[in-house]
Design a binder for this molecule. Structure first.
Ligand SMILES: C[S@@+](CC[C@H](N)C(=O)[O-])C[C@H]1O[C@@H](n2cnc3c(N)ncnc32)[C@H](O)[C@@H]1O
Length: 213
């Protein structure tokens, strides 16, 4: 097992959201280089592949939830998706995302709270790297489904260890059994090469409007 860098250890063990945001504020300028060059981070690419596969219409309106510096948005933009909004709680990460000039709107919000977004606005909602320890709780999935239109797609990763210690499987099962979503993909994918970690990659189709908040 490779040792994690100090900053990586700190984001996974932050005890409050405020503390986590302070760490991301400091890390934001170095984040892209660490993830893409030093560590190797295939998760955004895997998410974008699924968006292309299931919702491959370039005009799709996409919310990139937990967008961070915009690694997913960058790949979506390159793949031809230009109607992109980003959402994150870290002002520092959002500033980096803004500088990429790929998002039409960047929203600051806490994904562990109800989102200030109307029901069914987006054709696709993506979320990479954000369902992980000390970050966003599994219950936030309800809000990602709510803001996605009927017939739209929610594509997200969950760090494997976080999946094991939380109840994503039960939340997804409940959403399926209530005919709110249909599960299309539940795959195990490489997450961060340097630490040899894996994630679950999930694709849900929204079948019915939900009123979560
Ligand atoms: C590992 S980064 C992933 C960013 C980007 N999606 C990527 O794949 O590079 C996790 C992101 O989650 C954001 N985040 C953590 N907790 C959050 C919360 N409660 N609400 C919204 N964003 C949050 C952080 O600010 C950070 O930008």
């Amino acid at each position: 097992m490779n040792p994690r860098s100090d900053i990586h250890e700190r984001v996974l063990t932050a005890t409050t959201t405020d503390a986590l945001m302070d760490i991301y504020g400091v890390w934001s300028k170095q984040y892209d280089q660490d993830l893409t060059q030093a560590w190797g981070y295939p998760a955004p690419d895997r998410v974008v592949q699924q968006v292309q596969r299931y919702a491959g219409v370039a005009s799709a309106r996409i919310l990139d939830a937990g967008c961070g510096t915009g690694l997913v948005g960058q790949l979506l933009h390159t793949a031809g998706f230009k109607t992109l909004d980003g959402l994150d709680f870290s002002a520092g990460m959002l500033l980096q995302a803004k500088q990429k000039k790929i998002y039409q709107n960047l929203l600051q919000g806490d994904m562990n709270q109800p989102l200030a977004i109307a029901d069914g606005v987006y054709d696709v909602t993506t979320c990479a790297g954000t369902f992980t320890a000390s970050h966003v709780k599994p219950e936030a999935l309800h809000e990602l489904v709510r803001v996605t239109r009927v017939g739209g797609w929610v594509v997200f990763t969950v760090r494997d260890t976080y999946w094991a210690e939380t109840r994503f499987d039960q939340i997804i099962l409940d959403l399926c059994q209530s005919n709110t979503v249909r599960l299309h993909e539940l795959r195990t994918e490489q997450y961060i090469r340097e630490e040899q970690s894996e994630c679950k990659l999930v694709v849900l189709e929204v079948l019915a409007a939900s009123a979560n908040s």
